[in-house]
Every structure is written in C-alpha cells, then in structure tokens.
Design a protein around this ligand. Structure first.
Ligand SMILES: NCc1[nH]cc(CCC(=O)O)c1CC(=O)O
Length: 317
C-alpha cells in the first residue's frame, strides 16, 4: 500500500516545564527510533499559569490538558504528551489516548536537603504537598505531620524547600527520578499505604480520533507499553466510576501478577484521614476495565459516596 501520509513531521505538544519536556523528549526519541521526524511544540496550560490556587480550587477537569487538546483539534500538533495522572478520567469523544508509555516506579517519596531527616509515625514536621490524596493519607498515617501548599513545577517546589517553607517535600518518585533529584530522597512510602493516584508514573499520549489510521498505528507500535496500558485501563475505569478527578483523595494501582492477571488495589480516604476505604481485586487482563469499575463501586457502596458528598459540601460545590 502506498504510504501517502500528508504529515511529514510529528508535532508533539507538551507543557513547558522541565518534566513535561523530559516526557516529550522521551516520546520524540522513540518516534525517531521508529524512523519518524518530530518537532516539539510548547503549549502553556491553565495549571501552569495559575499557581496561587490549590488544584482542587482550579476545578478537576483538564487543568493541565485543555489547551493541548485544542491544539490537537486545530491540527497545530499531532499528539499531546501528558503525565498520565494529569489526564481527566473521561476524555472528549473526538480525542483518544493512543499510547501509555512504560511506567516508572510508582511510589510517593519525601525529599529533604537534610540527609538525616527521618519520618517516624509521630514526627512533628511540615511537609510540602498540594495533593489532596497525600494530605489526607499523611493525616491518617502520620497524624502529627502538618502540610504546606507547594504548587508549581518541581524546580519551584524544590526552591520552596530550600527557602525553608517546609521541612521536607512530598512528590512522586517518577518525576523526581526523571529530573535527577533522587539523591535528595530521604523516605520512600510503601505503595500499599500510600497507594498512588491513578496513572502515576506513566506518560500518556493523546491524539485526534480521526488522525490517519496508519500514523496512529505507527504511534502505538512505537510508544505503547502493553503491560502499562492494561493497568492504566483498570485504574482509569476506577477513576471514571469514582467521578472524582485529581481533586478527590482517591487512589488506585493496578499491576500484573506473575500469572499475567491484573491486580488492582485502591480506595478513598476522607480529607481528615479518619475514614479510609481500601480493597483489592484480581482478574483476567480482558476484565481490566470491569475490575476498575468493580473496585470503585465497592468503595462507593461502603460509604465512599458519603465521603465524596462531604468533600463537595465542605468545598461548597
Ligand atoms: N500534577 C502533579 C504531577 N503530575 C505528574 C507528576 C510526576 C509524576 C508522574 O508522572 O506521575 C506530578 C508531580 C508529583 O506528583 O510529584
């Protein structure tokens, strides 16, 4: 068949932070290795521009993705690269997630410039984080810890740590490692206590549904990691069913077992850390989506729906 694709160079849309550019370059490298030409196009999002509000006040829908999606529709870019956990749980009908790149280690970690920093169950320290999930889980497992807002890109947050705005900074290992700051890690949280946010550690690639099918297949072949993809399908089904987005303290992590089954653990914690719902399910890979739905329905049915109502009421939604 004649390959008459009109698109000669794949324009890769990305946010402009160093981490976002790392992710876009990782995509570019893989596409180039597959023989495709690439160009990186930086697009600023609402989440980059508004730094004086905590994310739950910005609204949960597409804070880091909306402007990139406009680019996909207008054709100024062919693909948009996102941190998978920043992608809203339902994406618009005319767009699709074409690939999920191989996941990095999923844990949350603590960074400090003091190499002797120790986090104990009764530690009375101030930890920088703006994530509702991390704040709520800290309240549950480390009741004497207080948290301080730390919005902004990783470099901004590290500067706040340097300036002494908090004793330590809580982040996802994936971003810390990719930016080369892993020598500052003083604590790694176990993933069954601090279950990560759905999608944490993976990079998602989005395109227009009507993109040339041949090109779409090339993108899939070059970028998609099958094991990560099936886990992300389960986690995103959980997130969609919870109807929470990134502003809700829900968490979900799917992994593949040695037998090739999908195992998904996850749940929800109240903002004060007092109520904590958690469960775990396992099934065939073909059931990934329904496992995520089942986990969410179980959590909602056990009082999760009330926790969500309370959170919305507290925020005046
Ligand atoms: N909006 C926060 C965000 N989105 C993606 C990452 C990096 C880690 C990842 O790719 O999951 C981060 C920072 C953090 O959670 O520490």
């Amino acid at each position: 068949m004649e390959n008459n694709t009109a698109i000669k160079t794949i324009k890769i849309g990305t946010r402009g932070s160093k981490l976002a550019l790392w992710q876009a370059n990782a995509v570019a490298d893989k596409l180039q290795a597959a023989g495709l030409d690439t160009e990186i196009v930086i697009i600023s999002t609402k989440g980059d521009q508004i730094l004086d509000k905590s994310l739950d006040k910005l609204g949960s829908k597409g804070v880091f993705t909306e402007e990139l999606e406009v680019g996909l529709r207008e054709g100024s870019i062919e693909i948009a690269v996102h941190s998978a956990k920043d992608v809203q749980s339902s994406i618009p009908e005319d767009l699709e997630l074409v690939a999920f790149m191989e996941r990095e280690q999923v844990n949350d970690v603590i960074l400090s410039f003091n190499p002797d920093f120790k986090l104990e169950r009764d530690s009375k320290v101030v930890i920088g984080t703006s994530s509702t999930r991390r704040k709520a889980l800290l309240r549950k497992y480390y009741p004497n810890v207080t948290t301080a807002e730390s919005r902004g890109n990783l470099q901004t947050r590290l500067q706040k740590l340097k300036d002494g705005q908090f004793d330590a900074l809580m982040l996802a290992y994936a971003g810390v490692f990719r930016m080369g700051y892993d020598d500052l890690i003083v604590h790694t949280f176990p993933e069954n206590e601090f279950v990560p946010a759905a999608g944490q550690g993976s990079v998602a690639v989005e395109c227009a549904r009507n993109l040339d099918p041949e090109l779409k297949q090339q993108l899939k072949d070059a970028l998609d990691h099958a094991e990560t993809h099936v886990c992300l399908v389960a986690e995103r089904a959980f997130l969609r069913t919870m109807e929470g987005g990134c502003s809700i303290p829900s968490f979900a992590l799917a992994t593949l077992t040695a037998e090739g089954k999908v195992s998904i653990q996850g749940g929800l914690v109240s903002l004060d850390g007092q109520q904590h719902l958690y469960d775990k399910f396992e099934g065939d890979q073909a059931e990934a989506e329904s496992l995520g739905v089942k986990l969410a329905e179980t959590i909602l049915g056990r009082g999760g729906d009330q926790i969500l109502k309370d959170i919305r009421a507290e925020r005046g939604e």
